[in-house]
Write a protein that binds this ligand. Structure first.
Ligand SMILES: Cc1cc2nc3c(=O)[nH]c(=O)nc-3n(C[C@H](O)[C@H](O)[C@H](O)COP(=O)(O)OP(=O)(O)OC[C@H]3O[C@@H](n4cnc5c(N)ncnc54)[C@H](O)[C@@H]3O)c2cc1C
Length: 348
């Protein structure tokens, strides 16, 4: 019709017997001659081309926002009422940036053989090579929500992995305790498509945090591991997360930098530029010696097995990072088995 108005002739090739494509008018489904429009019936107020066509063809429009007075949109989410005001606030504070970063990552047009990696699962783990020395870190990818996993890929090796498992090993200074030792902590950054991995390794006699990354579009090419904010004391048990809207990197660690390498604190280390620069915040107000606290142990000479590191974890939120850790507490148990799970939140 538009072509005819311009004086052009055209031939329409249509694969189905209906015209209209995804737009369809139901003429015989409802009683009493009522008709219904399917697909494409809602036109947003800023869709000026379609609004222009409606006016060109003299079609009248129904205003679906013309609610009876006193009514408002409302939703029921996670078992509670969710108002339009909450929706607007969530959209402004985090949802918009999340959508923007997802759009930035997505190739255009998306098709069966061109899509972004959202939905892939990455598993990182350490394992020994040739019986232990030269222990290395490996990666496996699942592209089908965990049903199948790729062959493991070696992406980095430790120089001297932290091993805190007395009486078999304890290779930092001070009183002995059990702790996880070196392990790779992964996090995906949707703003850059990078998979980051943080781990601890002993460099120049001190346990330090190292960071390496690869683009998930080429998971075999990894950056040279770099020490995160070199520290004066041992840092062990590192955990990593990425704030998905901004790509901010957040780490937590048990850190002996505040006490001349004698006692541990929890420290928060963050970077807003993909790991080029870091800022560190001490999270705990009191330091402690993990060799002095533990769990009851019948087979231990002291009756107690000292440890640190259970329940360590971090999550990145738009305006803060929240973390958990185990440390000696005041409210439950008696010394030296008074360990508790702590929770803290830090503003980057
Ligand atoms: C459930 C649903 C709800 C929707 N709601 C809205 C809405 O409220 N508001 C809105 O703006 N949009 C909505 N849309 C989207 C909107 O309907 C489509 O974007 C629009 O109709 C697309 O028009 P088109 O002409 O580009 O493509 P289509 O309408 O898909 O037309 C393509 C045509 O090409 C034909 N064809 C394909 N291959 C060949 C071939 N090889 N040879 C010959 N013919 C071929 C097909 O049969 C079809 O008729 C909705 C869509 C769906 C499915």
């Amino acid at each position: 019709m538009l072509y005819a108005q311009k004086g052009w002739t055209s031939t329409i090739y249509e694969a189905t017997s209906d015209i209209g494509g995804r737009c369809e008018t139901q003429r015989s489904y409802w009683k009493n001659g009522l008709i219904a429009e399917m697909h494409g019936e809602f036109i947003s107020s800023e869709h000026s081309s379609v609004l222009g066509l409606a006016s060109l063809f003299n079609l009248s429009l129904d205003d679906t926002r013309a609610y009876p007075s006193g009514t408002v949109d409302t939703y029921w989410v996670n078992g509670a009422r969710y108002t339009q005001a909450q929706l607007d606030a969530d959209w402004q504070s985090w949802a918009w940036s999340l959508f923007q970063s997802a759009i930035k990552q997505a190739p255009w047009p998306q098709s069966y053989n061109s899509y972004n990696a959202t939905g892939y699962a990455y598993l990182t783990f350490d394992n020994s090579v040739q019986g232990g020395k030269g222990t290395a870190m490996f990666l496996s990818v699942s592209k089908d929500h965990g049903a199948t996993w790729s062959n493991s890929l070696k992406f980095a090796t430790f120089q001297n992995p932290v091993c805190l498992y007395p009486p078999y090993c304890f290779n930092i200074s001070g009183g002995q305790f059990r702790a996880p030792g070196s392990y790779p902590a992964p996090a995906f950054d949707p703003t850059t498509g990078r998979l980051y991995v943080a781990y601890t390794d002993i460099v120049n006699g001190k346990a330090q945090i190292l960071l390496t990354y690869a683009s998930v579009s080429d998971i075999t090419t990894w950056s040279a591991p770099a020490i995160v904010a070199p520290a004066a004391g041992d840092r062990i048990n590192v955990e990593l997360s990425v704030e998905p809207g901004s790509g901010r990197l957040d780490l937590m660690t048990n850190d002996r930098s505040y006490t001349g390498n004698t006692l541990f604190d929890v420290a928060y280390i963050t970077s807003s530029d993909g790991g080029s620069t870091w800022s560190t915040t001490r999270v705990t107000k009191t330091s402690w010696d993990p060799s002095a606290y533990g769990v009851p142990c019948g087979s231990c000479a002291s009756g107690v097995r000292p440890f640190i590191g259970d329940y360590d974890g971090i999550i990145s939120l738009p305006g803060s990072a929240a973390m958990t850790w185990t440390g000696p507490g005041k409210t439950f148990g008696v010394y030296p088995t008074n360990l508790e799970v702590f929770f803290g939140s830090v503003t980057p």
